[in-house]
Design a protein. Sequence first.
Length: 324
Amino acid sequence: MGKSKGNGNAKYALKNFLMAIGFAFLSFFVGEFVTSAVPVIMTVVGVLFILYGLYTVGETDIFISAIIMGIGAVAILVGNLLSDSNWFKALSEVLSGCFVIFIGWRQRKKIKEHYGDGTSKERLLGIFARLTFFPLFFGGIILTFGLLFRFLDSLGSVSDGMMIMCKVLVSIGSIACAIGSVCWIVYTALVLQALNESGLTINSFKKNKKHSSRRTSSGGVDESKVQSAMESVANYLTGGFEYPYSGCELNYKVTVSVSGGKIDFKLYCKISGSYPASEEEVANKKILSAIEKRKRLVLEKAESKLESIKPDRDYTIYVNASLN
């Protein structure tokens, strides 16, 4: 396995090993885990929303920031209220089972991965890719059916026979998921061995695949969707404000146009307030510095958004600012 810095192998191995172990843990202890985790998760999510809301103050409209913080407060309250509800605990188990199914379904892509092409591990990788996907996915379905009976029991009476069936299904599903998780770990180890044999790394493999894909396919988001995505960035950053100097407030409005591979942002900066004439030079420097900082923020948000939507062509982003 390559030892060069940033080859991606260590990250790939750690992520997959932890996910496989975590998946097995969740499938066996889904009931106990969810019951104790619901209030904790809701509280953590609520706190994160509140902190993010505070972070966006000045970056976007203050009303949006307030809504984000309000969502966080509601999440904390709802988590505390629902944690005492038996039916919600049972429903959370079912939803967790659905999450297990979703993660299992996502592993089907391993069947189409080509890390082992041309190596001695090619056939084994194909076998373990299937041994990972099928037990995880179908085991998740069986597990969820068992948890569904438990949920129905929380709403009313369920026969003893049904409850026995529930326990059997949960056990079978959990064991199948555990088998799939073990195969997941083996698959990950085989990937690393195959890459070592071929002399590639995770990053170099993905880079080669990305370039190949660009040569053979022109698929991706078209200009109209790029325009829509960039407008969402502009709308988010409109209404932002900051105080670059004592007594001065800068308010921002952002517009954008997309045409012919060019994304053109217009940053309108309106200053209000006043400062002593003797401090004009210092104040102007701080105001210009704040505007440059805002231009970089617009550029960073636009680049991140553009990367996430994967357009069908290359785009150049421009940010021009005006002060009045």
